[in-house]
Design a protein around this ligand. Structure first.
Ligand SMILES: [Zn+2]
Length: 405
């Protein structure tokens, strides 16, 4: 609605400008024509404000036929088409401006901005990228355009370009290190990871170096680096890197500890894991993820001790599902019917608490009791069941949502 108002005001100014500009013309004919155009624009504007975009488009189109010089009308028309989902026509209207010889650089930049919006809305991010890239070749200081470009590069998995855009933004805004460097490292690590997968190790190494230069503590990069070393057969280097990952992010022990373990196993130095985990558990007293990782490791040597540790861990953190699973596995291995029964009863109790029953199809909010108005997003009739949703129910939620919106 805001956009409609802005457009409306823009058109109104246009009409006033056109009429004023021609008022002093000695010949009466241009004045008459301007008045007629103004009438068409005004009618288009009124129809637009009254919610008749079809009529507005017709009026403005007919005004354009009489005077093709008014660039603003093209912009207005392009926006109208885009808002109505007629992307092809929006693109054609905007491109029509570029064909003309009398447009200045500022207008050209504006057209490309609009084209980027058209392509983005139409679902052609790569063509939107092309339009935005043209803008930054003309004006290298547009932070906003670089931001849009960075987002589109990410969307289209062009990691290196996205990293370049972030670097440029950091330079333009004068931000030192911080957020942009952190994201740059992620983007380059993402690229390096894909290169490792593809077996392009030399290229991967180059990107890893760049990622570490942006952020030496990037766990994402260190993990990709470890995978790279492993692929090269350097288990010692891989182990060192995964150890760093584990120390930097002890909460991700469930992910890093098994990788570290594999690398140390290859080296025949499994006892190092014992030392590292014991030290980390002591350092981060009570960290459930580290304790779980240790119990998992310990279970292979001493299942009794591991089960005791898991039981005490679960007493403190009953919702820690991976610990529950590990404990259940150990209980099953021991094959004591009484213990198995107790573990099973525990599990049923846990499932009861985990099952929230109903879910909003609009925002995924879950709730124990049935609801008609979602307490989270306010949608009416969006309720579905949390588990085992059937197709018919989903499409039902769809229609009621459409009606609400
Ligand atoms: Zn909701």
């Amino acid at each position: 609605m805001n956009l409609v108002l802005v457009l409306g005001v823009a058109l109104l100014l246009l009409i006033v400008g056109t009429l004023l500009g021609r008022y002093y013309a000695p010949d009466r004919r241009p004045l008459m024509r301007a008045a007629e155009e103004g009438k068409a624009y005004a009618k288009g504007l009124v129809e637009l404000l009254e919610g008749d975009p079809d009529g507005a488009i017709d009026e403005i189109t007919s005004a354009l036929k009489k005077n093709a010089k008014t660039v603003e009308a093209y912009f207005a028309l392009g926006t109208l088409f885009r808002n109505r989902g007629e992307y092809e026509r929006a693109v054609r209207v905007h491109q029509a401006i570029l064909v003309r010889r009398d447009v200045d650089k500022k207008t050209r930049l504006r057209v490309h901005q609009q084209l980027a919006l058209d392509f983005k809305a139409a679902g052609f991010p790569r063509r939107a990228v092309k339009a935005l890239e043209w803008i930054v070749t003309q004006d290298k200081k547009r932070v906003d355009t670089f931001r849009e470009l960075a987002a589109l590069y990410e969307e289209t998995a062009q990691w290196e370009r996205a990293a370049g855009a972030h670097k440029r933004i950091a330079r333009l805004t004068g931000e030192k290190g911080g957020e942009h460097a952190r994201i740059q490292a992620h983007l380059l690590a993402q690229l390096a990871g894909e290169l490792v997968d593809a077996g392009k190790l030399a290229e991967a190494r180059k990107q890893i170096r760049r990622a570490l230069a942006a952020n030496a503590e990037s766990v994402h990069t260190l993990h990709v680096f470890a995978r790279y070393q492993e692929k090269r057969g350097d288990h010692a280097a891989a182990a060192k890197l995964w150890e760093r990952c584990l120390r930097l992010r002890p909460n991700l022990a469930a992910f890093f500890a098994p990788r570290l373990e594999n690398a140390l196993f290859e080296l025949g130095r499994l006892e190092q894991l014992e030392r590292i985990l014991t030290e980390l558990v002591r350092q981060h007293a009570g960290n459930a993820h580290l304790r779980l990782a240790y119990a998992r490791f310990d279970a292979r040597r001493n299942p009794e001790r591991a089960l005791a540790e898991l039981t005490s861990l679960l007493a403190e953190a009953p919702g820690l599902l991976p610990a529950r699973r590990e404990a259940a596995r150990l209980v099953l291995e021991r094959n004591d019917p009484g213990e198995i029964r107790r573990a099973f009863e525990d599990m049923v109790g846990l499932l009861e608490r985990a099952d929230r029953g109903y879910r909003c199809e609009a925002c995924s909010h879950t709730q124990q009791d049935l609801f008609w108005r979602c307490t989270s997003c306010g949608a009416w009739g969006s309720v579905g069941v949390q588990w085992g949703r059937r197709r018919g129910e989903a499409s039902d939620g769809e229609t009621s949502r459409g009606a609400a919106a």
